[in-house]
Every structure is written in C-alpha cells, then in structure tokens.
Design a binder for this molecule. Structure first.
Ligand code: ZN
Length: 140
C-alpha cells in the first residue's frame, strides 16, 4: 500500500446550497468548484483545506448511495479518501490480500480523478476511498 496522504474527507449533505456557506464563509476554505459526478449520482462541492480537501456530497437521485446514507445515518462524515499513485495497482494489491472491494475496477471521481472504494466490512466500518489524480504534466 502506498498512500501519500489524505486526499479528502467526504461529507454527506442534503443541500449544497445550505451547506457551502459554513465551509466557505465560517471556516474560510476556498471553494474550488462544484461538479456533478453521474457515476455516484451526486453533486460535489470541493474545498481546499491545506494539503487535503473537503468534498460535500449532495444526492441527485434517491438511488444515490449518498441519499441512502443520509436516510440511514443523517448528514455527516461519509468517507475518507487516501491519495495513491495508481488506483489499479492498489485494487490488485487489496484483492491479493483478500480485502473486499466495492469497486473492482477504477471509476471516475470528481476533478478527473480515478477512484475505488474499499468495502466498509473490510475497513472497520470506515468507508475508505482510494483516489488517483491525473498526472501532473497534464495540469496547468
Ligand atoms: Zn470522495
């Protein structure tokens, strides 16, 4: 496992509009952008928090995993995402150790990332995301 940091913490919210102001205006975090991620049926607001980010997740459908999480547990911390160099390599590594994955192949996350979730049954009930950013030479 080659984790290089905590990429972001994902927080489930009912409404981005109602939740953004606390992070932007009270905590003073910079809002990097708002984006829809169809693969997870969410709208995501991403804030910079120093070395890491905060990701607010609003469901766009009742089928969204975020809608189900809010229904079960209410709003709040949903997952922790670790930065890795290669999600594919980490999935292979996890599977070789018998760790159960939700995603057996990388899928698209916010900001052009490739992500995969580890099953919470394998990670002490903490929903854990592996997150790979696009290679630096393609960024400006
Ligand atoms: Zn995330």
């Amino acid at each position: 496992m080659s984790v290089t940091g905590i990429d972001h913490i994902g927080i489930a919210v009912e409404s981005l509009e109602e939740s953004i102001s606390f992070y932007r205006d009270n905590l003073g975090l910079k809002l990097l952008g708002i984006e829809e991620v169809p693969s997870q049926k969410v709208r995501v607001a991403v804030f910079s928090a120093g070395e890491s980010m905060i990701e607010l997740l609003e469901p766009t459908s009742e089928e969204s995993p975020i809608a189900k999480a809010i229904e079960k547990r209410g709003e709040g911390i949903h997952h922790i995402a670790y930065s890795v160099a290669s999600v594919s390599d980490e999935i292979d590594s996890m599977k070789s150790k018998g760790i159960r994955m939700i995603d057996n192949a990388p899928r698209k996350g916010a900001g052009g990332t490739r992500i995969a979730f580890i099953h919470p049954a394998a990670s002490g009930k903490v929903l854990t995301e592996l997150c790979e950013h696009p290679k630096a030479e393609k960024e400006n």
